[in-house]
Unconditional design. Structure first.
Length: 297
């Protein structure tokens, strides 16, 4: 292997490991026994503290303007909602249902991004949206007992789409790790405010040693470490390749769910057909869009 290809190959391996870790997030969400709101509260607390430790170790400045801080701080509220809805989806259904529902992120982004940026929606994005809606309809039809979990998963995807669009603008002016750090702080504060208003802190939260261990892994490995690694590989890999490999997250997650939970994760044939329609569309969308872009150059 030539020295030119070596960094690319190494970063491809790192990216696959990172996406695999993201897929493992759903497993931890199912294994941790506490309510979704408390789960997110502990996750973001551990994540931004460990990320701050990373900044100190690397001697990275985290100074931002007041305006930037407020934008990222309030975006953190959307991030918090995304994670709360995601973990609530898992606890209301299964890991597989939650991950496939979350895959509708592509649909919401295809609709919301042109609207928010006042751009025209392309025919390819309309077709992609229709195919994903078809897949979601099939899952609703054949897995109606998990309707609540599916709705939470779709709400999670909707929130993820909004903050992804916001971050696509923020990333032009500052490092991704800085964006993540302040959004995590914002998420923690907003979840804390919610728990204070709802008197959630007054209710005793029983954290057994297993929960503590899983929360630590979730906050450090699956959030801080995975995020920094995911950003680092972009120095060598194209955005297209990163997006394509990231689409493997629900695939890894569903396979892991089978290994961990067995029969609980078994679904109807209709679910898998719907999931294939959604995941197939998500994989093909960036490929076709990239081909179309190259033809227009």
């Amino acid at each position: 292997m030539s020295s030119t290809n070596s960094p690319v190959s190494r970063n491809l391996v790192i990216l696959h490991i990172t996406v695999f870790i993201w897929g493992f997030t759903g497993i931890l969400g199912a294994l941790i026994s506490i309510d979704a709101s408390y789960l997110v509260w502990y996750r973001v607390l551990i994540a931004f503290v460990s990320l701050y430790a990373y900044f100190l170790y690397k001697k990275i400045s985290i100074k931002v303007s007041k305006e930037t801080f407020l934008k990222l701080f309030f975006t953190g509220a959307i991030v918090a909602l995304h994670w709360i809805f995601f973990f609530q989806s898992i606890k209301s259904s299964t890991v597989s249902v939650a991950l496939v529902s979350l895959s509708s992120l592509t649909l919401f982004t295809a609709i919301l991004e042109p609207v928010l940026k006042k751009q025209r929606i392309s025919k390819l994005e309309i077709l992609t949206g229709l195919l994903i809606i078809t897949g979601i309809y099939m899952i609703f039809k054949f897995e109606s007992k998990y309707s609540v979990g599916i709705i939470y998963g779709l709400l999670s995807a909707f929130c993820a789409s909004i903050f992804s669009i916001i971050n696509s603008k923020q990333i032009q002016n500052r490092p991704a790790a800085i964006i993540s750090f302040y959004e995590l702080i914002g998420a923690w504060v907003w979840v804390s405010v919610y728990l204070l208003i709802s008197e959630g802190f007054k209710a005793p939260v029983s954290l057994n040693p297993t929960d503590l261990a899983f929360l630590f892994i979730l906050g450090t490995v699956c959030t801080s470490v995975a995020y920094v690694s995911g950003v680092a590989v972009m120095k060598e890999l194209s955005a297209f390749r990163v997006a394509l490999i990231t689409n493997l997250e629900p695939v890894y997650g569903i396979v892991l769910a089978f290994l961990f939970f067995g029969k609980k994760e078994q679904m109807t044939v209709g679910f898998y057909v719907g999931a294939l329609v959604i995941l197939g569309t998500i994989f093909m969308f960036p490929y076709i869009k990239n081909r179309k872009r190259k033809k227009n150059i």
